[in-house]
Design a protein around this ligand. Sequence first.
Ligand SMILES: [Zn+2]
Length: 182
Amino acid sequence: MKKLQVLHFPDNRLRKIAQPVKKVDQEVKDIIEQMFFTMYEEKGIGLAATQVNIHKRLIVIDVSENRNERLFLINPKIISLSEDLDSMEEGCLSVPGFYETVSRPKTVKVSSLDLNGEKIEFVANGLLATCIQHEIDHLNGKLFVDHISSLKRNRIEKKITKLKKEGNLSSRKDTPNYKSAI
Ligand SMILES: [Zn+2]
């Protein structure tokens, strides 16, 4: 299977709003498989279709230690968010090597479609809740750096642009806590 190319901030294509999937057909299933392959290859814990320049509302996630608990979301919707917030250090495959603390609701109730096109609902907490919100942001053209100060965001943008020009952006994947990149 071929790894899909991950777009990097500040690429404008990361700002596109993804469209809902009309039918869960073979094409959608194939995209999900390619996204899982790409996420595991990139050692990420989540990937939104937007990040691989596919503007459909599709997300893949695996927050397990052993990398064997696949979770995919099709047309995900947030039904409710807790008032309690959680602060976590977030990274992103589209912002390689940069980590910033972001506050988000601790618990999220979401709906999604399963592979039969049936609607399912579930509640997520902790890292999974953070991951789901981070990925749904991607589908709406939003990045975790939009949750931090513009000063920090501009600094990251400058550094990434410089690293890209020098051809050194991909080497940043090897940072120790890269695993948490979503
Ligand atoms: Zn991300």
